[in-house]
Structure formats: C-alpha cells, structure tokens
Design a protein around this ligand. Structure first.
Ligand code: FDA
Length: 393
C-alpha cells in the first residue's frame, strides 16, 4: 500500500522547503523527500557560512534565461521584503554587506532553522536519506518508488536543484524527470564559476597568483564592476564569477583594472615632479605591488619616468584599462555556484511553475532555466518560485 499525500516534493533545498512550508500551512498534506542526510546543505555553506539570502535590488534584469520575462511574475509576488519579513519574524539578525546583498549576522544555519520551524507549523513530513528510484503518473496523480516505500501524491514538485557541486549530492535528476515527461531542457553549463587559462598564459600571469584588484570585467555589452582575483588556475573573484555566466568557449573577456584611476595623468605629473622615480614605484602607490611590477616588466618599462615617452604611458594605460584575455575554460561543476539553463520555462506556467502539458507536475528553483547573478539573487529565485508553487497547491 502506498502512503498517500496531496503533495510530494523532491529536494529539501531552498526552493523545496519554501514550497513545502507554504503548501503545508495551507492545509495540504505534504511529504518532502531528499537523498541527503540534512536539509538545506547549500544554504548552510552559502555566503561563507552566513548565507547571502536575498538581494534588495532583485528584478528580472538580474537573471539569465532563454525566456527573460518568465521570472517576473513569481519575483513580483514574493519579493525580498517578503523574505525579510519572515527572517524578522524569526528574530534573525542580518545586515547589508554591499550592492544590496543581505547576510545573516550569525550563521546560515539560522535560515535553515527558520525554514524547518515554518515547515513544522505546516506539518510537513520530511524524509531524509531517501532514494527515489522511479516516478510514474497514474489517473490520481503520481506514484513514487522510494527507499521509504511507495508514495502516492496528487501533485509532484521537483526541487532537486542543478548539477553544481556533485560532492554535495547535486544530480541531474530534475532534467531526467523533465525528459521522462516530454519536457525540453535548455543547454546546461556551469555558471558563477572561476575561469581557467591555457598553460602558456597561466605561466605568464603566474606572478600575479593571489593578487586581488577592483575591476570592470566585460564580455560583449555585459560588464560587472567588483573585485577580481588571479589564482594558480586562472581568474576568480566576484567580477569573474559574474561574467562566467555570459562567457562561452573561444570568447575573450576584457579587464579594466582600478577603473577610477587616472593613470595617464598620474604618470605624467609624477614624471614632472620627480623623473628619477621608477614607473613601477609610482604604479605601486595605486595598484597592488606585484601587479605594478608585472605590468612594467611586461612592457619593458624598467627605466625611470623621465626616460618614458607619452606613447609608452599610453601602452601602459591600455594594458591596465583594456586587457583582453581569452580564458581556456571554467573550473566546471566542481566549484560552480549554480547551473545555467535547465527546464525550459516556455513549458511552465509562470504563476504556478506547473508544466503546461503535465497537470500536477511542478519544477522550481535552480533546476529551472532561470539563473541569477552572484549576490543573493539565486536564493531569491528559489524562495519566489517555491512560494509561487506552494501557493498554488
Ligand atoms: P538546492 O541545490 O539547494 O537543493 C536541491 C536538493 O535536492 C538538495 O538538498 C539535494 O540533496 C536534493 N537532491 C538532488 N538530487 C536528488 C535526488 N536524485 N533525490 C533526492 N534528492 C535530491 N545563492 C545565493 O543567492 N546566495 C549565496 O550566498 C549563495 N552561495 C552559494 C555558495 C555555494 C558554495 C554554492 C554551491 C551555491 C551558492 N548559491 C548562493 C546558490 C544557491 O545555493 C542555489 O541557487 C540554491 O541552493 C538553489 O536552491 P534549490 O532549492 O533549487 O536547489
């Protein structure tokens, strides 16, 4: 005999828990299944353990999707203020770090505890360490074959996330279920991920490993201004993670380091004041020392300022302001914060997240082709899509 529920949700992450608590509090009998031993593992490790749980500026423009308008409805119906109200109700202290990014003062575990308390209030039956071996549809809804036994539910919500960080239990489960029910999945690829460099270029920038600098990083017409970091594998830091979602193999990205700096004016006036100084010494007042050394050596500007022409200064400025780099690849799902692409939103109802062709089947969170920028946007999408779904159940 199968256990009977109104709703079965697969995936006890951010989106699954939000949908579960909403549906449970509306009086639905909800079972939430996860093969992991603990719920919300990605919440726990997010934001350096403090969970960047939302971004007060979240709007459709902060998301990538083949269907740019899809996320608007859910985002409008459950906003950052709605999530903050829940956080405040649970007396969780938080602060804005930068660029509208909100973090817990204490620990990401506070957010998990809040979601568990809310699920408890909705009498959600959560089963962890539960393997799902088969999903089938019948006249009444869905039948799941699981390590907990057979489960029958009128509605099935897939909230099993994307492929990033397989070590934490990420699987392509959602995409397989989508395909099983005849739904298209857009191309998936690692996003918000460090970029790698081919060995020659990596060798060339090796002296910069560990150097962090304020930069505008661009790909075509898209650009982000945040910190970037040279690493022993290539490029990382927030600005690089952001651009990685737009970059494709074979493309160049452009770096403009320390964008506020009037390099040409600074060099010219330093030459006038004290021509005996080394170019590197002047640059090192404004740029990290190793970067100043690297740039001047690369352009062979080792003679003092007085011996440098305006043209030499212009080339130096160009290499700081318009540095074109062709990454070799990305670090892949091993370190990617999210998966770009997913279940094609053209087949989902934007108000409920239900598949148009399969009544009762819903997809929410990261497994859907809606991917946020770095900075709390991905959790906001998980909350908003989970809420939209839970509300409709
Ligand atoms: P999520 O991946 O959270 O949950 C899916 C659940 O499904 C998991 O519990 C998994 O075990 C389960 N599951 C998977 N396959 C299954 C199967 N076959 N059977 C049963 N269960 C299965 N975002 C942000 O906004 N702010 C931040 O600070 C961060 N920080 C951050 C740090 C790091 C290191 C990473 C990797 C990611 C972030 N993110 C982030 C992104 C954010 O974590 C991500 O977008 C959300 O967790 C997505 O929520 P979901 O609920 O959709 O999936």
């Amino acid at each position: 005999m199968a256990m009977n529920y109104d709703v079965a949700i697969i995936g006890a992450g951010a989106a699954g828990m939000m949908a579960a608590l909403r549906a449970g509090q509306k009086g639905r009998r909800v079972i939430l299944l996860d093969h992991a031993k603990a719920p919300g593992e990605k919440i726990r490790i997010s934001g350096g353990g403090r969970c960047n749980f939302t971004n007060i500026h979240a709007s459709a423009k902060n998301f990538l999707s083949e269907n740019r308008h899809f996320c608007k409805s859910a985002l409008a119906r459950f906003t950052p203020s709605d999530f903050i109200a829940m956080v405040d109700r649970h007396k969780i202290a938080w602060h804005e770090k930068t660029l509208g990014q909100l973090f817990c003062d204490n620990s990401a575990k506070d957010i998990i505890r809040m979601l568990l308390d809310e699920m408890h209030a909705g009498k959600v039956d959560m089963r962890l360490g539960c393997e799902i071996s088969d999903v089938a549809r019948n006249i009444d809804g869905f039948i799941l074959r699981t390590s907990e036994g057979a489960i029958a539910a009128s509605a099935l919500v897939i909230a099993s996330g994307g492929k990033s960080i397989p070590k934490m239990g990420a699987t392509g489960f959602a995409y397989r279920i989508a395909e099983q029910f005849g739904l298209a999945v857009t191309e998936t690829r690692p996003a918000l991920v460090p970029l790698t460099l081919e060995p020659n270029l990596l060798g060339d920038v090796a002296p910069l490993s560990g150097v962090s600098v304020d930069a505008i990083v661009s790909h075509g017409k898209t650009s982000f201004r945040e910190a970037m970091l040279f690493t022993h594998r290539g490029l990382s830091g927030p600005a690089i993670l952001q651009i990685s979602s737009y970059w494709r193999e074979g493309d160049e990205i452009h770096l403009s380091l320390e964008p506020e700096l009037a390099i040409l004016d600074l060099l010219k006036s330093a030459r006038k004041d004290n021509g005996k100084q080394a170019v590197q010494t002047v640059l090192a007042q404004y740029l990290p020392k190793r970067l100043a050394q690297y740039l001047t050596e690369r352009l062979e500007m080792t003679r003092p300022l007085a011996d440098q022409s305006d043209r030499a200064f212009l080339s130096l400025e160009a290499s700081i302001r318009r540095w074109a780099i062709k990454p070799a690849g990305t670090e892949g799902y091993r370190t990617a914060e999210v998966t770009l692409g997913g279940v094609d939103t053209r087949q989902l109802d934007s108000k409920t997240m239900m598949a148009n062709s399969v009544p009762g089947l819903f997809f929410i969170g990261e497994c859907v082709d809606v991917t946020g920028w770095l900075g709390g946007y991905n959790f906001q999408w998980a909350w908003a899509s989970g809420h939209a779904c839970g509300e409709s159940l």
